[in-house]
Design a protein around this ligand. Sequence first.
Ligand SMILES: NC(=O)c1ccc[n+]([C@@H]2O[C@H](COP(=O)([O-])OP(=O)(O)OC[C@H]3O[C@@H](n4cnc5c(N)ncnc54)[C@H](O)[C@@H]3O)[C@@H](O)[C@H]2O)c1
Length: 324
Amino acid sequence: MRILITGGAGFIGSHLAESCLEKGDEVYIIDDLSTGDIKNVRFLQDNPNYRDRLFIHINTILNHDLMLELTGICDQVYHLAAAVGVQTILEKPLESIITNIQGTEKVLEMCNKFKKRVLIASTSEVYGKHTHAPLVETDNIIYGPSSKFRWSYAASKLMDEFTALAYHRKNGLEVIITRLFNTVGPRQTGAYGMVIPRFVAQALRNEPITVYGDGSQTRTFTYVKDVVDALTKLMASNASIGEVFNIGGVEEISILDLANKIIAMTASTSRIQLIPYDEAFGKDFEDMQRRVPSTEKLAQVIGSAPDKSLDFILNQVVDFIKNQ
Ligand SMILES: NC(=O)c1ccc[n+]([C@@H]2O[C@H](COP(=O)([O-])OP(=O)(O)OC[C@H]3O[C@@H](n4cnc5c(N)ncnc54)[C@H](O)[C@@H]3O)[C@@H](O)[C@H]2O)c1
């Protein structure tokens, strides 16, 4: 099978590429390295078993001619390229909206032209400001006003979902939509605001652990290889076509408790420093208080759901950052 992965030099994309290569697929990556890193896939290029089956294009998904060529060659497309991370969205709001909306529209246009099955990586952020749990795919969606730019990420990803579903309904395009909850593991960078690699790096350096807000906001965390497993199983299933799926872990923890857990695990002398949201992100910032998925629908279709414990995930990240 020939697989195109947009954003394949990113954190999740590189794990997906590795998994596809292990299965014997030919893998094509397009990535502009805006938040990705060539180091994430260089070891795959250096592997003699994979070298002849891995093709990396450092370019943007907005490049019409290249996308035409790559989509034409491949059998299936995983669309992971996006402007990612709260910091990226707030610092580059316009570029982020263009990448997420025009970029996805380009991917879908090409997949429709060649009738290639496509999986879209959306996000738990699309649920917005809910505080109930668990979040179900059919839940209503609540956002803050457009003056609060944080919501532009959620709104752009929601628009991607609508566009994909419209191609499915109008043209029969085989689309699968996945709402990823906080995904964690080796190769994730803390540089764009991702909480676990940031906290672990601070703890290992015995620096203050910077918790935004009062730390009472809760999250669940999913191990990246569990996410990749779910993505590939959904791609292989006809029952997933035209459907939306949560992919996430179910162990809920407050960010303050997470910081304390990481301090204990790493035997760090770090203290916790609370930073008000407006100091960290400017006055127009709003956070999501709670985000816990229902993975019932996912389990019904693929027969399993992410199940790695938070302790397991944290140990993987600590080992990775220590060895960097
Ligand atoms: N990591 C998470 O917790 C999480 C949660 C929800 C959703 N997601 C989604 O999963 C996908 C992958 O995220 P990730 O965590 O691996 O982040 P990442 O930043 O590591 O990966 C995104 C990749 O897309 C690339 N990219 C960005 N704009 C591009 C463009 N115009 N052309 C080509 N490449 C471009 C980046 O360089 C990067 O390699 C994203 O769509 C993201 O929205 C991730």
